[in-house]
Design a protein around this ligand. Structure first.
Ligand code: SER
Ligand code: ZN
Length: 517
């Protein structure tokens, strides 16, 4: 893709420019084009790629400029470099810069544009023209928007859309790294159906939600205990409680604000908690037996965010803006304090694909080396649990990093993301490993947990540093209790005599406390 930026701008001064001042402008333009704009541009780059003032004129107290560029010293970067230079040059004539107004701003991209590219619906795009072999955008932007790098962001976004459409068919990245031996497959029923038959679980009133009876919870707690005893305690993770309502502020920093919208359970607040303001709503229900949704819609603010989605993002405000001392690294914590929620739409199935689920989320941060090392130790510990304790048929694979998938970046072909960095050269370790279990009843594999090295994404997003000054990295691992249960029961069945002894002991005899007549 070949990209051009072109703008016109008016610089206004506090009084008219004299003939000498105009000469100084001419000199500054020449210097800018020949020296200033070329600073930092690698040798060998085509001159036409570099920002250049293509025309200028002085009228009364203003300078009018036209600037063009390719992708080096982009037109707006050139404008701001020039601003600094001209302010000094004209300061000598006691001329002060009062303001900059941007006339036109045009981005032109030449190259193959796939069908169906959606030009972002943002106020900055005044108009656009899109063809098979290129597109152009006319922007309505202020100098402040340019300082905020709006053109760069728009270009990046369109570029991502083009890439995503090109790789769309390929779907998510998946690369096997380990597969256990095949195990006997004595049970071939859908475990959810069997759990329902035995009243271990029943549908909740909301979509994609289950009420777990005592027997199901016994399994959850046994699995939790295995995770605590085999992983959390030996590796030294400390329990925390992460909030379960996630405001936009967190998702803006975590990246979820880029694309998680179709799957959020949105949260709203009342416009006021004055009972008189709400009296009508209660009255309406009392008379009709219906809850007046539209009436409520008028009486609420927000949404202010959504219900917990990825679990770890809401940890980060705890360390936001801090520098962590070397002695506390790596920081190792976990949360199991509540549910996660995803609007799964048509995808709901059994207990393994639900809108409301339970997960232990393990989070660690430190240097790149510490982060990668902890991921390796977790892999070892999980390996032991699935082989020796749960005796599962399982495998694990490198997949599109969850943070990219959740940002809507699936299919950009960039996964797994490799980043610079880490003295250990661990850049290529950034990404997600999914653990999958075989489901005999559907002959499919179920992703039941993951381990991720998230690189510097979260420390950067939440401005967290470490004492040594090295890059701070982090990782996380989500252990899905519904998914563990679905995997275990799908392979072993619901009768305890088919379970490994140690697991049967941990779970205990299923408690039958409900007798339905
Ligand atoms: N935060 C990660 C995810 O959402 C791990 O739980 O997948
Ligand atoms: Zn996480």
């Amino acid at each position: 893709m070949f990209v051009r930026f072109a703008l016109t701008a008016d610089l206004t001064f506090n009084s008219d420019l004299s003939a000498e001042a105009t000469n100084a402008v001419e000199k500054t333009v020449a210097e800018s084009n020949n020296v200033l704009f070329k600073k930092g541009v690698p040798k060998g780059v085509d001159e036409r790629e570099v920002g250049r003032i293509t025309s200028w004129s002085v009228e009364a107290n203003g300078i009018r400029l036209a600037i063009e560029s390719g992708t080096y010293t982009r037109a707006h970067d050139a404008l701001f470099r020039f601003r600094k230079q001209i302010a000094t040059a004209l300061g000598k004539f006691r001329l002060g810069l009062r303001g900059i107004s941007i006339g036109e701003y045009r981005i032109t991209m030449t190259g193959e544009i796939p069908d169906g590219i959606h030009i972002p619906n943002v106020p900055f795009i005044r108009s656009f023209d899109i063809r098979k072999d290129g597109l152009s955008l006319d922007l309505a932007v202020s100098a402040a928007d340019l300082e905020n790098r709006v053109p760069d962001r728009i270009l990046k976004l369109i570029d991502e859309k083009i890439q995503a459409s090109g790789y769309g068919g390929k779907g998510e990245h998946w690369e096997l790294i380990f597969a256990s031996a095949q195990r006997p497959r004595p049970f071939t029923k859908d475990p959810t159906e069997e759990m329902v038959k035995r009243n271990w679980i029943r549908h909740g009133a909301a979509r994609g939600q289950w009420i777990h009876g005592p027997q199901s919870v016994q399994l959850f707690r046994a699995f939790e205990q295995i995770v605590v005893e085999q992983i959390i305690r030996p590796l030294g993770f400390a329990e925390m409680i992460f909030p379960k309502l996630t405001p936009w502020e967190v998702w803006m920093k975590s990246g979820h604000a880029k694309g998680v919208y179709p799957e959020i359970y949105y949260v709203c607040t009342p416009k006021t908690r004055d009972p008189a303001f709400w009296e009508d709503v209660g009255d309406y229900f009392k008379v009709t037996g219906e809850v007046p949704i539209e009436m409520i819609r008028d009486k609420i603010d927000g949404p202010i965010g959504g219900l917990c989605y990825a679990q770890c993002p809401s940890f980060w405000p705890f360390v936001q803006g801090e520098t962590l001392g070397t002695a506390s690294l790596p920081v190792k914590v976990f949360d199991r304090s509540g549910t996660s929620h995803r609007y799964e739409s048509g995808g709901i199935h059994g207990i393994e694909r639900v809108d409301e689920f339970h997960r232990i989320e393990i989070v660690w941060l430190g240097t790149a080396e510490q982060t990668v090392d902890m991921a390796d130790r977790l892999h070892e510990a999980y390996h032991h649990v699935f082989e020796e304790i749960l005796e599962l048929e399982w495998r694990c694979a490198r997949v599109t990093p969850w943070f990219m998938a959740q940002e809507g970046m699936v299919g950009t072909g960039k996964a797994p993301q490799a980043v610079e960095g880490g003295a250990c050269g661990c850049g290529d370790r950034v990404g997600t490993t999914d653990y999958e279990a075989y489901l005999p009843y559907s002959e499919n594999w179920l992703e039941f947990q993951n381990v991720s090295i998230n690189g510097d994404k979260y420390p950067k997003g939440f401005n967290v540093k470490i004492q040594s000054g090295a890059d701070c990295w982090s990782g996380c691992s989500g252990v899905g209790l519904e998914r563990w249960t679905a995997a275990f029961l799908a392979q072993k069945g619901l009768d305890m005599d088919g379970w490994p002894d140690n697991v049967a002991t941990l779970v205990g005899e299923p408690q039958e406390i409900f007798r339905f007549l």
